[in-house]
Design a protein around this ligand. Structure first.
Ligand SMILES: Nc1nc2c(ncn2[C@@H]2O[C@H](COP(=O)(O)OP(=O)(O)OP(=O)(O)O)[C@@H](O)[C@H]2O)c(=O)[nH]1
Ligand SMILES: [Mg+2]
Length: 223
């Protein structure tokens, strides 16, 4: 069987739903999400293998101007994924103004002549569909996207269409990972991240956003 594959970097400013889209595409929660910007701290890989096509996604921290060391590291992670990925999934929200980080990211992509698919996310929150059309027109005037797909990571609307647009950009080549690979993150890391997610969600007022979790021991419950 001849196979096709593509590396897809998921990029965008913080809080637009990059990690949520990855989880919905994979049908598994591998990346934590929260309403706080800068939830994702590192690059997270997720693999979707469907028949003869393998898409290797990299979820990245939202792009912003770094104010401290942690921020610098997160922005560097975005930069690295830009130079490594051959296809980008640019995620934005379906309404509101263009953010300065979005312009900057599009300029970076243009400089690299990246093949970019635009996912306009959170369409479930739209009251007025004309806002979506304006948003699409605005982005289409800024970049020559391979495709523009309005989606909702929450309801799953149009996620299949998004995946099929991404598959069109896959090129003939080997699978990079065994077909049953879902992520490169060890279970311990996922467990620590899920604890961090619960802290972000439940203790937002008490705990500073820069919280870190490390797992010392982990045991399986006898079933
Ligand atoms: N209503 C609605 N909310 C969404 C949707 N997708 C994501 N969200 C919410 O938006 C918030 C941010 O989602 P994330 O997936 O963490 O966003 P992100 O872009 O990965 O954020 P960073 O990692 O901080 O850059 C969370 O509260 C999600 O539940 C969507 O399609 N509809
Ligand atoms: Mg994220």
């Amino acid at each position: 069987m001849s196979t096709k594959s593509a590396f897809v970097s998921i990029i965008g400013v913080p809080n637009v739903g990059k990690s949520s889209i990855l989880n919905t595409v994979l049908g598994e929660k591998i990346a934590i999400t929260s309403s706080k910007p800068q939830t994702t701290r590192t690059r997270i890989m997720g693999v979707l293998t469907d028949n003869d096509v393998q898409l290797v996604f990299t979820d990245t921290p939202g792009y912003f101007k770094p104010k401290n060391k942690l921020g610098q590291q997160m922005v560097a992670a975005v930069g690295e994924s830009l130079s490594a990925g051959d296809v980008c999934l640019f995620v934005t929200e379906s309404k509101g103004k263009l953010k300065p980080g979005e312009e900057e990211l599009l300029a970076k992509l243009a400089a690299r002549k990246a093949r970019v698919i635009l996912a306009v996310n959170k369409i479930d929150m739209l009251e007025d569909k004309s806002e979506l059309l304006q948003r699409i027109a605005l982005f289409a005037s800024l970049y020559d996207f391979e495709a523009v797909v309005p989606v909702s990571a929450t309801t799953g609307e149009n996620i299949c269409e998004l995946v099929s647009e991404l598959k069109k950009l896959a090129e003939e080549g080997p699978f990079y990972f065994p077909e049953d690979t879902l992520t490169d993150q060890p279970e311990k890391v996922i467990a620590a991240e899920i604890i961090r997610e619960k802290m972000l969600r439940l203790l937002s007022k008490e705990v500073p956003h820069g919280v870190a979790v490390s797992i010392e021991t982990m045991r399986e419950r006898p079933s």
